[in-house]
Write a protein of this length. Structure first.
Lengths: 258, 670
């Protein structure tokens, strides 16, 4: 469903004196119903990648194709609408609006799409029990725990029934227990057919995915399929890959010194 | 020294919040210098006027200076509290790198001391320049006389500097106390934790509705000028309280009602705004109410003072109906001071007029036997009591002063030859009222005709009537019937001492008329208490131009305060909203939609104070008009036109201030 080919993004400093290659050459695909994790250290370019897929930013070269729509062809004015209708977002720091209660935070994308009130109520009614939020609809974000807030954010992302759920470091602000709950929720959503693309630097988070892509220096360094492995076995494999990746990094670092 | 160095760096680094603070404090210094200069120089400014007016003008400018000082304290602390709030993050950073409370206090104090230095020096220089300029331009334009030092004197500058320095001392103490009570680091965490939704404050809402309703009711319901004057300040306070309460509690209430209406609320355009406004109003209700009150004050002050200034001819003609009047004290009169005959008196006055190139175009002589406070009913006349004047809603209806004249004196005044029976009378009023017959106690008199009042004052605040009776016997009978307290003996004494006043219509320049009046007063030709319209015009003009001068200065002050609050509101809201709009963009709001949302929100916040201020002013207008009637200004349309123009000009200034401050908001939100 998502096809990324030869994607590159270069940032220029203000006067073009120097440039930073955030992404050099990225190609991969995400199948319908897949759960893909993208791993990498800070600065590896994984957030840039997510911003490009979300059409929040434009690539320097290469293409992103979501279910047959070339993102580059969407005019600026329509990109917000596209984002609203085809993608769902979950962020590290939840990004809930403190002026809205839980219900209003969840229906926000629907309101922006001018959905009838009855339809909104129906969708909230269907979705929230699954996330354990049905008794918290009238609460305000400040009254909720971090895990609950992240579930509200997930509900907001899922209410539009998006083709692709994008998660940017979703467990980053959660303690390990609530992080685990959220990851289980993601796995359950995936089992029900939701396609998920998650960016993370946590090996534990990545170990819940079916496939893990490793990014380093703006390139795909390696990819791992989970296959029939248990989550713990997957975690070990991920850790090994990370160690290898870091070792190689030290190598290149040493070479650079030479 | 280290702290001063650090403070200077901070000031440079946080221009966005310090520059307006410095600007505000400097302008406050300037306005204080101007006001104090006006006060300390008021003796020179009003040198040509009588002691009474000099003292009154001095009193007025003293009041103006005090208002300025109070304003400086309020605005100074407001700006300072904003400064503190915006800098919590920075102070927290300093405490992270190891600044204790003492060090923070030293740093903040050093900043304020630098600010004080800059504001006072700039304020003194610009204040002196602006004083001189405002005196030369405005003062001269308005016809303010005298050779004042205005702006060249050191004393007002020193006093203003002291006032501003004291305000800064106060700010340093406030900041020290704030730092003692708060831990910036803890504040920072609390600020990012999100805020609780404001509750509808029912008590405040009810108080707001009641006070605003009462204020409006007073403004609309009190139709009597004296009552209006009594109630004016109470009404003003009621409306101010009501405005604050309604902006803070009422706005939350209304937006919550809107939120309950699902089909309205769940619209893209309303959704974000309504939710934001509910949260925003708690922080901004007070700010918006302040802007509203300041705008109303500006409108009312400027419109009223301009009306008074332009109304000088009306004021003069109502207090001095004729061009010149004096009490005649000739051999024919009871108050004789010499052996001058009425004819000699007339000739002498005419000679003086000729000497000063003034022509007498009309002359009327009125001998009024006595004046009585009465209530004129539909069928009867009652004596007015003290209670009638002290009513809660101003004096009772139909209350007026009745001049009582004998038929002989009336015929002499008008040159007519009217006959009256003992049971008949003539009735004249300056309110154009007519009666067929009037009962004075048991005595019923037929009103035979309308008495002319060629001399009567048109001063609207005081209603005047003229009763003409056949002779002193009838007058005594009638007056005694009105009030048993008026014994026939005292009445007889009063009637025997009836004063004769001469009213003259003149043609000639004001200066000549004034010179003539002075000579008539001092020549020993049997004249007492000479009053000249030209003289009164000149002193009223000075008086009103001083009023206008102060009105404009206060207006500038109010506008400055409005601009300051607008600016601070935009900055603090911009900082609060920046994150919200970023989230909205991520969730799927295009930049254009974000901008449209911001616009509609800013415009609501922009229009509401202006509209409410216009409504306040509209309600206050008839009320103020009634007070203006006391000054003798009865021209409704003129006042309304002036209010309209003032409103338009103010709206234009407000739009400019808004545009300038909204740019700051956009820049932050981006």
């Amino acid at each position: 469903m998502l096809e990324i080919t030869n994607l590159a993004k270069t940032y220029h400093t203000r006067f073009g004196a120097s440039s930073v290659h955030a992404l050099t050459d990225i190609s991969f695909g995400v199948e319908d119903g897949e759960y893909v994790a993208i791993m990498g250290e800070s600065g590896s370019g994984k957030s840039t990648l997510l911003n490009l897929i979300a059409a929040l930013d434009k690539p320097t070269s290469g293409s992103i194709n979501l279910n047959g729509t070339e993102l580059a062809t969407i005019p600026e004015a329509k990109s917000a609408k596209f984002r609203r209708e085809h993608l769902g977002f979950v962020f590290q720091d939840f990004n809930l609006l403190d002026t809205f209660n839980v219900q209003d935070n969840i229906v926000l994308p629907l309101v922006l799409s001018k959905t009838p009130v009855a339809e909104m109520a129906k969708r909230v009614h269907e979705l929230t029990p699954k996330l354990g939020l049905d008794d918290k609809l009238q609460k305000f974000p400040y009254e909720l725990s971090g895990g609950q807030q992240q579930r509200v954010a997930a509900a907001r992302a899922l209410i539009t029934d998006p083709e692709l759920l994008l998660a940017d470091e979703p467990t980053g602000a959660l303690d390990s227990r609530t992080a685990d709950e959220l990851l289980k929720l993601f796995a359950q959503l995936n089992a029900e057919g939701q396609t998920i693309l998650m960016v993370t630097h946590s090996a534990v988070a990545a170990s819940h995915a079916q496939r893990v892509l490793f990014i380093r220096d703006g390139r795909i360094f390696h990819q791992l399929y989970r296959g029939d492995l248990s989550q713990d076995e997957m975690l070990v494999k991920i850790s090994d890959t990370m160690t290898a990746m870091l070792a190689k990094q030290d190598d290149t670092g040493a070479k650079a010194v030479d | 020294m280290f702290y001063f160095h650090l403070a200077a760096t901070n000031l440079r680094a946080h221009k966005r919040i310090f520059v307006p603070f410095l600007l505000a404090m400097t302008l406050l210094t300037v306005m204080n210098v101007v006001m104090l200069s006006a006060y300390m120089d008021s003796g020179a400014l009003f040198a040509n006027n009588g002691d009474g007016i000099q003292a009154a003008a001095q009193e007025m400018f003293k009041y103006g200076s005090e208002v300025m000082m109070i304003f400086a304290v309020i605005l100074g602390t407001y700006a300072n509290s904003f400064l503190l709030k915006q800098r919590t993050k920075q102070l927290a950073l300093y405490s992270v790198i190891g600044f204790g409370k003492r060090e923070l206090r030293h740093m903040v104090s050093a900043e304020l001391i630098i600010c004080a230095g800059i504001s006072i020096v700039c304020g003194a220089v610009f204040g002196a320049a602006f004083s001189r300029l405002s005196y030369l331009a405005l003062g001269k334009m308005l016809g303010m006389p005298g050779h004042a030092h205005f702006g060249l004197d050191l004393k007002p500058i020193l006093v203003s500097a002291a006032v501003i320095a004291l305000i800064f001392v106060l700010l340093i103490l406030i900041d020290a106390n704030w730092l003692r009570k708060h831990r910036p680091l803890a504040m920072l965490q609390a600020a990012s934790a999100g805020e609780r939704e404001p509750k509808t404050r029912w008590l405040m809402l009810i108080i707001g509705i009641i006070t605003l309703g009462a204020g409006y009711a007073a403004a609309i319901g009190i139709t009597d000028p004296l009552g209006a004057l009594q109630w004016f300040f109470i009404a003003v306070i009621l409306v101010i309280v009501g405005t604050y309460a309604l902006f803070i509690a009422g706005s939350v209430f209304i937006y919550k009602l809107l939120r309950k209406n699902k089909h309205y609320y769940y619209q893209p355009a309303h959704f974000i705004n309504v939710a934001n406004m509910i949260h925003r109003m708690r922080q901004n209700g007070a700010g918006l109410a302040s802007i509203t009150i300041l705008a109303t004050m500006t409108l009312v002050t400027i419109a009223t003072t301009i009306t008074l200034y332009l109304g000088v001819p009306q004021i003069v003609s109502s207090s001095t109906p004729a061009d010149m009047q004096y009490i005649r004290a000739t051999s024919a009169d009871k108050l004789a001071t010499g052996k001058v005959t009425p004819a000699q008196n007339q000739a002498a006055v005419a000679a003086i007029a000729k000497k000063h190139h003034v022509t007498i175009t009309k002359r009327s002589v009125a001998t009024i036997s006595t004046g009585l406070p009465i209530k004129l009913g539909a069928k009867r006349v009652l004596a007015a009591s003290n209670k009638d004047y002290a009513g809660t809603f101003g004096p009772a209806k139909g209350l007026m002063t009745a001049d009582i004249m004998t038929l002989a004196n009336y015929n002499q005044m008008t040159g007519q030859n009217i006959q009256l029976a003992r049971s008949s009378m003539l009735l004249g009023t300056n309110t154009n009222q007519h009666r067929r017959q009037l009962a004075f106690g048991p005595h019923v008199l037929r009103v035979q005709g309308t008495a002319r009042m060629p001399y009567a004052s048109k001063l609207g605040g005081t209603k005047n009537a003229l009763f003409v009776f056949k002779d002193n016997a009838v007058i005594t009978q009638v007056a005694h019937a009105l009030s048993a307290k008026l014994s026939k003996k005292t009445l007889a004494a009063t009637l025997a001492n009836a004063q004769t006043t001469v009213y003259l219509e003149l043609k000639g320049s004001d200066a000549n008329q004034i010179a003539m009046a002075k000579e008539v007063q001092h020549a020993k030709i049997g004249t007492l208490n000479v009053q000249s319209a030209a003289q009164s015009r000149s002193s009223v003009l000075q008086w009103m131009s001083a009023f206008l001068f102060m009105g404009i200065l206060l207006g500038i002050m109010f506008i400055l305060a409005t601009a300051l609050i607008l600016y601070y509101k935009q900055v603090s809201e911009g900082l609060a909203d920046a994150k919200r709009y970023k989230i909205l963009q991520q969730v799927g709001l295009s930049e254009r939609e974000v901008k449209a949302t911001i616009n509609s929100q800013l415009l609501t916040l922009f229009y509401v104070p202006l509209v409410v201020a216009a409504v306040h002013t509209a309600v206050a207008a008839p009320f103020i008009q009634r007070v203006l009637v006391l000054f003798g200004i009865t021209n409704w349309t003129q006042f309304l036109t002036i209010i309209g123009i003032t409103l338009l000009v103010f709206a234009a200034i407000y739009v400019v201030m808004y545009k300038a401050t909204a740019r700051v908001y956009y820049r932050i939100v981006r």
